[in-house]
Design a protein around this ligand. Structure first.
Ligand SMILES: NC(=O)c1ccc[n+]([C@@H]2O[C@H](COP(=O)([O-])OP(=O)(O)OC[C@H]3O[C@@H](n4cnc5c(N)ncnc54)[C@H](O)[C@@H]3O)[C@@H](O)[C@H]2O)c1
Length: 345
């Protein structure tokens, strides 16, 4: 089938798209290319469309069988930096694309939502499932919730939204992010040989490896309607206390002869402490998530432990730092759109 992947040049998309191509699918990637052309550019079966989800180009859904929607601001800091642009990208655009799909007869629509929708109501004693109460906090999670509701409201026999509430993702991607907890610990350990554990690091986090998550997206794109249409799934590999993740990273660096100090730091204002079940997705689609933080940390250290540590601090690895840099550079490039200003129609 032909799949339109929005945001396909990002951290998750850069792992997902090559897998889709390897399975024989045609892939059209629509992305603002904030981080440049993806590493897979030029592969057979691939089309790249440099465009904004807030302004879908004419004909971009022609011949498309399914959409996998990943584009937009992808964390709290970028959403809080420009809540208006976030709302347009992460809420309004999702609803609009769904309407376009409906009109164009594109049935399957897989949406990269977030487990952070649970986080405000959560107590770490309860293992949250898809029926648990939602309590999004902040611009990012609120916009994801709006998108979920807008998609499900359009669900019918012509349109099959599938919502994937993704846990915090970790592991190697050709478009690397070091602003996600496991990856950030690897980077901090390599740069400073010191990890800060806020409040002792006892907070729980649901996590999933990027490789396993990409497989989950493919399964949701390919599954028969009766298994996934109009369904919401948590995508969670394991839940861990933050402290445990730091210990995994420290153990890996000891192998390089680099001891890492784990230091307690004050709790931040916003504390995330919750656990989610990924049972429904695994059971329904027969998925087995095989990567663990231990495996991924070993791969990350093997890949990034051999480059000069100062390169690990480059803004391109941190979404908010990169967006701010692009915004500052914009006056020098007349052709560059404003990222944060809402698009006027
Ligand atoms: N990474 C995680 O831990 C995580 C967890 C839960 C949910 N998610 C969601 O999954 C999706 C992908 O996350 P990611 O980690 O790959 O993020 P990412 O920031 O690496 O990728 C996002 C991609 O979307 C593109 N993009 C951004 N705004 C756009 C716009 N207006 N129009 C077109 N393209 C645009 C960017 O250029 C980038 O390639 C996001 O929707 C994010 O909210 C991610």
């Amino acid at each position: 089938m032909r799949v339109l992947v929005t945001g396909g040049a990002g951290y998750i998309g850069s792992v997902l798209v090559p897998k889709l191509l390897a399975r024989g699918h045609q892939v059209r990637v629509l992305d603002r290319m904030f981080w440049g052309l993806p590493h897979y550019a030029g592969q057979r079966g691939l089309e790249l469309v440099n465009a904004d989800v807030r302004r879908m180009p004419e004909g971009v859904l022609d011949g498309v069988d399914a959409v996998d929607h990943l584009a937009g601001f992808s964390n709290d800091p970028t959403a809080e930096y420009s809540p208006d642009a976030n709302w347009q990208m992460n809420a309004v655009a999702t609803e609009t694309i769904a309407r376009l799909c409906h009109a164009a007869g594109v049935r399957r629509f897989v949406f990269g939502s977030s487990c952070s929708l649970y986080d405000g109501a959560a107590d770490a004693e309860t293992l949250l499932n898809e029926e648990s109460a939602l309590a999004p906090r902040g611009a990012y999670a609120t916009s994801k919730r709006y998108s979920e509701e807008a998609l499900l409201a359009q669900s019918d026999d012509r349109f099959e939204p599938v919502i994937i509430r993704q846990a915090t993702v970790y592991g190697l991607s050709p478009r690397m992010r070091f602003d996600l907890v496991v990856n950030a610990f690897v980077k901090d350990a390599l740069i400073r040989q010191r990890l800060l554990l806020h409040g002792g690091g006892h907070m729980w986090r649901p996590l999933i490896a990027v490789d396993d998550l990409a497989e989950a997206h493919i399964a949701c794109l390919e599954a028969p309607s009766e298994l996934v249409a109009g369904e919401t799934f948590n995508a969670v590999g394991e839940n861990h206390q933050v402290r445990e993740l730091a210990e995994v990273v420290a153990a890996e660096l000891v192998k390089l002869g680099k001891p890492v100090a784990l230091e307690t730091a004050p709790l931040p204002n916003l504390v995330r402490d919750y656990r989610c079940s990924g049972h429904k997705l695994r059971e329904r689609l027969g998925l087995q998530f095989t990567t663990t933080p231990t495996i991924a940390v070993e791969q990350l250290v093997a890949e990034y432990g051999r480059i000069p540590v100062e390169q690990l601090g480059h803004p391109r690895y941190y979404n908010i730092a990169w967006m701010e840099l692009l915004e500052r550079a914009r006056p020098a490039f007349a052709a560059m759109d404003n990222i944060f200003e809402p698009i006027e129609e």
